[in-house]
Design a protein. Structure first.
Length: 315
């Protein structure tokens, strides 16, 4: 029997579901009961892959429900699906049409299924995300300090103090959650043996990149959005660019790489070699981010702590 590819268009209140090669589009409520019913329906069919667009977090619950049922799920960037629809000449857009497009995209492009995430993993991801949101609030409040009166500055400073205390409480909660999980604790401890990787970056990788150590270097780089794409045509050789991927992981790696360029001998030497070869600083930093990610991926895959002669594979 041919296995099926399924596309789900996720909305705040409903889930439109299309099966590739079938015309009918079904609908379930995007609530606990609806997701459970959809999970049972899919579990009773020969499903090879379910493809879901990233929808601002509304997709997380159904993805978790299906992964718990051991159904392969790929959460994809909506931009890729829109480009696929345009390539098909599909300009109309409704929830049911989108579900069909997502199903055809999955059947054609075969996106990588995400790693299994249980409820604890989802909660850790949400705590790490919440900390990141508060950090952005701190930055915004600090920027406002220079444009307001002294009285308002006092109010902003009070808010900043509250935000900082809340961030510290979140960091403690995240640290305790990771320490209570043997696998997370081992992974975070191993990651922080790398010069440049601190507890925050390690927490982000544990929460947002459970695939670390499970994929080869090309796939893990593409998943994070650090695989450069060519922009060539005829004799023209355009600048290679990165695109898509998991922004939270990429931002964390960027900050870690800036630190590693100063204190990590492998990354520092690699960065300097790129500059000596005429690479722009921005290009060199991106290449170092990818190299650092590959090193971390190899360490988790092999169960080894930081050891430059072993954990510095070519990029």
């Amino acid at each position: 029997m041919t296995k099926l590819t399924v596309g789900i268009d996720v909305g705040k209140e409903k889930l439109d579901v299309a099966v590739h090669s079938e015309k009918k589009v079904s609908c379930w409520n995007n609530d606990v009961q609806g997701r459970e019913e959809l999970g049972k329906w899919l579990a009773g069919r020969e499903v090879e892959l379910v493809v879901v667009e990233a929808s601002g977090g509304y997709e997380a619950a159904i993805a978790s429900e299906l992964v718990e049922r051991e159904i392969a799920v790929a959460v994809v960037n909506p931009t890729r699906v829109r480009a696929f629809a345009r390539a098909e000449g599909q300009l109309a857009k409704t929830d049911k049409i989108d579900a069909g497009v997502i199903a055809r995209f999955g059947a054609t492009m075969k996106p990588q299924p995400q790693a299994r995430r249980d409820q604890a993993q989802l909660e850790l991801n949400q705590w790490v995300t919440r900390r990141r949101q508060l950090v952005l609030m701190v930055t915004a409040e600090k920027n406002r300090l220079h444009t307001v009166s002294a009285a308002v500055q006092e109010h902003i400073n009070q808010h900043l103090a509250w935000l900082q205390a809340d961030i510290e409480a979140l960091e403690q909660h995240i640290s305790q959650s990771i320490a209570a999980n043997p696998l997370w604790h081992e992974t975070a401890k191993r990651l922080t043996t790398v010069p440049g990787i601190g507890p925050i970056t390690a927490s982000t990788l544990v929460a947002d990149l459970p695939e670390l150590g499970q994929l080869n270097r090309q796939k893990i780089a593409a998943l994070v959005g650090l695989a450069p794409f060519n922009h060539d045509s005829g004799k023209h050789r355009g600048q290679r660019r990165i695109f898509g991927g998991r922004l939270s992981v990429r931002v964390g790696l960027y900050m870690a790489t800036l630190s590693a360029i100063k204190c990590n001998p492998v990354i520092k030497n690699f960065y300097q070699r790129l500059l000596d070869n005429g690479k722009l600083k921005k290009v060199a930093i991106t290449a170092c981010m990818r190299k650092l990610l590959v090193i971390l991926n190899t360490m988790i895959n092999t169960g080894q702590d930081w050891n430059p002669p072993i954990t510095s594979p070519s990029v």
